[in-house]
Design a protein around this ligand. Structure first.
Ligand code: FAD
Length: 402
């Protein structure tokens, strides 16, 4: 068993830390102005390309950085230290775009990898969140294409995106009389396509570099070439994407927690109350120590499971186990990092409640990691389902070499 970062991983970690350092100066402006102007985003794009960390999840032969899952986790851990979700300016096209046809790849994915266009994923609806099988968006077959109608909520990067990846039920006739809604399918739809309207841009708890608007699709006519990965493949493609994304959330939240703890430690050393630096107070020491435990244990678990992803044998059983292990990582790391941020804020006292202190922003921003990409409750259900179906041994053991 080997726990050392290889020279390659150490170099990637340094490179990601260097990129985060270049992006960090934009945090205050992003907070103050609720986003960044095009010039700032263009300057960040240049930094991302110079770092070679663009599209880390996409193969090198397509222009991505072509990193393994463990390598991606190491990079995300560093980028997670950025507030205002500036980690999202280091673009990673949605994993499900790997299923693109050669034509779709040419038109959408390759420019996306180069940072010349962006995707946004539109699955959630007003009445379908944790349970996407409740979606009401439909794709009615029409000639050699489809007509799409529906409404999507919380579309992250929807303001900056050029195209949307939309989950809709293709009406097949089969099973619909029995209550089924047809075949869940992903469609690639240009944002400026006739019938697509950005309806509303709500305000959220965090100040995110992009928005999460709502979209309406009204008689949106698309060709059969808009289908991503095949009719009826919608859940399969999103499940695989969620699995890796949940690991990346684990990694990012741990990076954020480390930054919060570093800031709180520095503050506790420098701040004197009642004649003693805060760091000499045992109640403060307890909070710092508990935070080290939260970060160290979750970083180790995240790295272990990311490594297991890279060793996957491709079997259905293996896929299901990794799905549950990624849920374990997301649940543990997001909950732990929220605890760390809460303690760090407490150590800062009143300043921890001021938006110009990064520790306040980390506290506010980490909250959503317990909600999106499956709430903490849904992660528990995934884990419990694995316990029930295949038992505890897979979940509790390290992968054994074949
Ligand atoms: C900032 C932000 C960005 C987002 N970005 C995107 C995006 O880009 N694309 C996209 O498609 N979606 C996005 N989402 C949506 C997100 O994935 C959903 O909000 C999330 O899956 C929860 O769904 P919901 O909000 O409908 O809550 P609900 O599903 O209504 O859940 C409400 C509560 O009930 C609990 N609950 C639900 N089902 C069960 C159950 N079976 N057992 C026990 N408890 C249960 C939940 O855990 C939660 O506590 C985003 C959300 C936010 C807040």
């Amino acid at each position: 068993m080997e726990f050392a970062l290889t020279p390659r991983l150490a170099e990637l970690k340094r490179r990601a830390a260097g990129l985060a350092e270049k992006i960090m100066p934009y945090e205050d402006a992003c907070e103050a102005d609720n986003g960044l102007p095009p010039e700032a985003l263009a300057a960040i794009r240049e930094e991302v390309l110079a770092s070679g960390l663009q599209a880390i999840n996409m193969p090198a032969e397509w222009g991505g950085a072509g990193l393994s899952v463990l390598e991606q986790a190491v990079v995300q851990d560093e980028l997670g230290k950025l507030t205002n979700a500036l980690w999202d300016t280091v673009w990673r096209p949605a994993n499900c775009l790997r299923a693109a046809t050669p034509e779709q790849r040419e038109r959408y994915l390759l420019p996306g990898i180069q940072g010349r266009c962006r995707d946004a994923v539109a699955i959630t609806e007003a009445d379908a969140g944790s349970d996407p099988s409740g979606i009401a968006t439909t794709a009615e077959p029409d000639g050699d294409g489809y007509v799409i109608n529906g409404e999507k909520w919380f579309v992250t990067v929807g303001d900056a995106a050029d195209f949307l990846i939309v989950l809709a039920n293709v009406r097949t006739g089969a099973g619909e009389e029995a209550g089924g809604e047809g075949a869940p399918t992903l469609f690639i739809i240009d944002k400026d396509h006739p019938g697509v309207t950005l309806k509303r841009t709500p305000r959220y708890t965090h100040t995110f570099v992009y928005e999460h608007p709502e979209f309406v699709f009204e008689d949106v006519r698309v060709g059969a070439d808009a289908v991503l990965g095949g009719v009826g493949q919608g859940y399969e493609l999103t499940r695989d994407w969620f699995t890796e994304e949940r690991l990346m959330i684990g990694a990012r939240t741990i990076g954020a927690a480390e930054r919060a703890l570093s800031l709180a430690t520095e503050w506790a050393r420098g701040r004197t109350q009642g004649g003693e630096p805060l760091i000499n107070r045992q109640l403060i020491q307890g909070m710092l120590a508990d935070s080290v435990v939260d970060i160290a244990t979750n970083r180790a678990l995240t790295h272990q499971v990311a490594w297991e992803f890279d060793q996957a044998d491709g079997s259905e059983r293996g896929r299901k186990l990794l799905h549950a292990k990624a849920a374990t990582v997301k649940l543990a790391a997001s909950e732990a990092s929220n605890r760390v941020a809460d303690r760090a804020q407490q150590i800062f006292g009143g300043r921890g409640y001021m938006r110009d202190y990064p520790v306040e922003r980390i506290w506010r921003e980490l909250r959503v990691d317990r909600i999106w990409e499956g709430t903490s409750e849904i992660q528990r259900l995934v884990i419990a389902n694995e316990i029930d179906k295949r038992g505890l041994p897979g979940l509790l053991s390290f992968r054994t070499e074949a």
